[in-house]
Design a protein around this ligand. Structure first.
Ligand SMILES: C[S@@+](CC[C@H](N)C(=O)[O-])C[C@H]1O[C@@H](n2cnc3c(N)ncnc32)[C@H](O)[C@@H]1O
Length: 270
C-alpha cells in the first residue's frame, strides 16, 4: 500500500488538515511566520536511499566518525569545541553526496572551516575516508536534515558562505515542493550569513536553475554577483558526474549571490 504523501512529508506524523499549506508554486516567500515554520518542518528535500556502504566507507565511518562528525542538536554549534578554532571563515555545504568536491575545496582552503551536511550514510563514509587519506582537519560532518541544522545549529550572521552543488532537482512537477531551494529556506539561509557572505549553487537542470535564480532574487538581503548566471568559480572542481553530463551536451548553471552590506570580502575568494 502506498504511504499517503502527507505522512511522507512529515516524517510519518500525520499533518492536521487545517495545518496544511497550499504551495502551488515555488514562490512561497510571503508565508506567515507560522506557515513558514510549518513549511520548514514538513518538506523533506531528500529520500533516504538504500545504497550500502562499502567496507572501506564503513571502516572510515566507525574509525573517523567520532572525531569528525558532530551530532545534531537543537542548540547552536560551539565553533571552538567543534574545530578547535573559531577565528576563521566558516562555509556550510548542504548535500555533499560522496564528498569529492567538499574534500577538494577544503584541501585548497586550509584557513577556512567546512561544515558539511548530508543524510546519505555511504556518502558520509566516503567523505570520512577522504578526510583520513588526504588528511584534512577543517571539515566537520553533520548527518541530519540540513533545514533543521540551519534553523537550530547556526546562529544569525555566523557563516561566511554556503555551497549547494547539484541539489536534487525533483524533476516531476508534483515533487517541486520537495526542492531545497525555495523562498522560506533561502530567507533562513540568508539570515545565517554574515554581511558579505555568499551562497553558491550549481545545477544541471535548467528549470531548477531558473527557480534558484528567482528565489535568490526575491530575498532582499542578497544580491547577485553578476546579472544572471556566473562562470564556474575556480574553487568548484568539475566532478566526474558533471563531466559525463557535459560530454553528453548538458549544461551546468552556477549562481552566486552575496549578502548585502558587507565590508571587505569574500569577493576576493570567489
Ligand atoms: C544530487 S545529490 C548531489 C551531491 C553532490 N553535491 C554532488 O554534486 O555530487 C544531492 C544530495 O543532497 C542530499 N540532500 C538533499 N536534501 C538534503 C537535506 N535537506 N539535508 C541534507 N542532505 C540533503 C542528498 O542526500 C544527496 O546526497
Amino acid at each position: 500500500m502506498k504511504t499517503p504523501m502527507n505522512k511522507l512529508q512529515n516524517n510519518g506524523i500525520p499533518i492536521k488538515k487545517n495545518a496544511q499549506l497550499s504551495i502551488a508554486s515555488h514562490n512561497v516567500g510571503d508565508l506567515s511566520e507560522t506557515n513558514r515554520a510549518l513549511y520548514l518542518q514538513r518538506i523533506r528535500s531528500f529520500v533516504r536511499r538504500s545504497g550500502r556502504s562499502s567496507k572501506a566507507q564503513k571502516r572510515a565511518f566507525e574509525s573517523l566518525g567520532p572525531q569528525f562528525k558532530i551530532a545534531y542538536q537543537s542548540s547552536t554549534i560551539n565553533w571552538l569545541t567543534a574545530f578547535g578554532r573559531d577565528n576563521c571563515p566558516r562555509i556550510l555545504e548542504i548535500g555533499f553526496g560522496m564528498g569529492e568536491t567538499t574534500a577538494h575545496i577544503a584541501r585548497n582552503r586550509p584557513n577556512e572551516d567546512f561544515i558539511a551536511v548530508e543524510v546519505h550514510e555511504p556518502g558520509i563514509g566516503a567523505l570520512l575516508k577522504l578526510i583520513g587519506q588526504i588528511p584534512l582537519s577543517n571539515i566537520r560532518i553533520i548527518q541530519h536534515d540540513a533545514v533543521e541544522v540551519v534553523e537550530n545549529m547556526l546562529s544569525e550572521a555566523s557563516i561566511d558562505g554556503v555551497h549547494i552543488f547539484f541539489p536534487d532537482p525533483w524533476h516531476k512537477k508534483r515533487h517541486h515542493k520537495r526542492r531545497l531551494l525555495q523562498s522560506p529556506f533561502v530567507a533562513l539561509l540568508a539570515s545565517r550569513l554574515k554581511p558579505g557572505g555568499y551562497v553558491h549553487c550549481a545545477t544541471d537542470w535548467q528549470e531548477y536553475a531558473e527557480q534558484i535564480l528567482e528565489v535568490l532574487n526575491i530575498e532582499t538581503s542578497l544580491k547577485n554577483i553578476t546579472d544572471h548566471y556566473t562562470t564556474r568559480p575556480n574553487y568548484r572542481p568539475v566532478t566526474k558526474f558533471e563531466n559525463r553530463g557535459v560530454l553528453l551536451g548538458h549544461k551546468v548553471w552556477d549562481i552566486v549571490f552575496q549578502k548585502k552590506f558587507f565590508p571587505n570580502f569574500p569577493n576576493k575568494r570567489i
